[in-house]
Design a binder for this molecule. Structure first.
Ligand SMILES: C[S@@+](CC[C@H](N)C(=O)[O-])C[C@H]1O[C@@H](n2cnc3c(N)ncnc32)[C@H](O)[C@@H]1O
Length: 205
């Protein structure tokens, strides 16, 4: 089980993203917009309540989602915009879809709960189609280590990943970085902007 208690979080999640100025899902959509079109299939890894993919469904993409929390999936399901939702743990399993099934893949606000991303990137490369985009957020590390678990000031541990590590994973899996953008979000005091994320958009070549 994840250290972060999503069961408690699920009901209030959508409200909390506003309190924390945590709008990376909207940034991912805006940065991806030029590469996607109506009718394409998009997979949302760690879909949660669906904030990151609902905009893609509004412009006609078919949304599929995976998440390890049934509570988050239930809230997402109640919004009635997805084609298919599956309970799935990204850190231990094969993505439960055939090779090159999706046009695009997004993963917003999830890498910082996972350490090693090697298997996940190779699974993304297996299920995405050529020319599709992989759009994700990452909490960038300041050391040379590939990834490191660090305690936040508010007592929740998160993984930070070095951007060199992310770039190596992209290279190894035939993906090319198209765009990157740093974002600042509030921490637990809901006042100070002490969380940094990078939004990255890569193309599967
Ligand atoms: C911060 S929320 C982000 C939700 C959504 N992507 C968004 O942008 O609003 C993180 C989500 O990742 C899911 N998650 C965390 N670790 C996971 C794992 N190992 N496998 C699948 N889902 C995971 C959580 O259940 C939660 O729904």
């Amino acid at each position: 089980m994840n250290e972060y208690d999503y069961k408690e979080e699920a009901d209030s999640y959508d409200q909390k993203v506003n309190e924390y100025d945590s709008h990376s899902h909207d940034v991912i959509f805006g940065m991806s917009y030029e590469y996607v079109k109506s009718g394409e299939k998009i997979l949302d890894l760690g879909i949660g309540t669906g904030l990151a993919s609902i905009n893609f469904s509004k412009i006609g993409l078919k949304v599929y989602g995976l998440d390890m929390s049934e509570d988050m999936l239930n809230i997402c399901r109640s919004k009635s915009f997805t084609e298919e939702l599956k309970l799935h743990n990204l850190s231990i399993s094969r993505i439960p879809y055939d090779d090159h099934y999706f046009n695009h893949i997004i993963c917003c606000g999830v890498f910082h709960f996972l350490g090693d991303l090697g298997n996940l990137f190779s699974e993304v490369a297996r299920v995405i189609k050529k020319g599709g985009i992989f759009a994700f957020t990452v909490s960038p590390g300041t050391t040379t280590e590939e990834y490191k678990k660090e305690m936040t000031d508010w007592g929740v541990p998160i993984y930070k990943h070095s951007l060199d590590y992310i770039k190596r994973l992209l290279d190894r899996n035939e993906m090319r970085l198209l765009k990157g953008q740093r974002l600042l979000m509030k921490g637990a005091d809901k006042v100070n902007y002490d969380m940094t994320f990078s939004v990255m958009i890569a193309e599967y070549k």
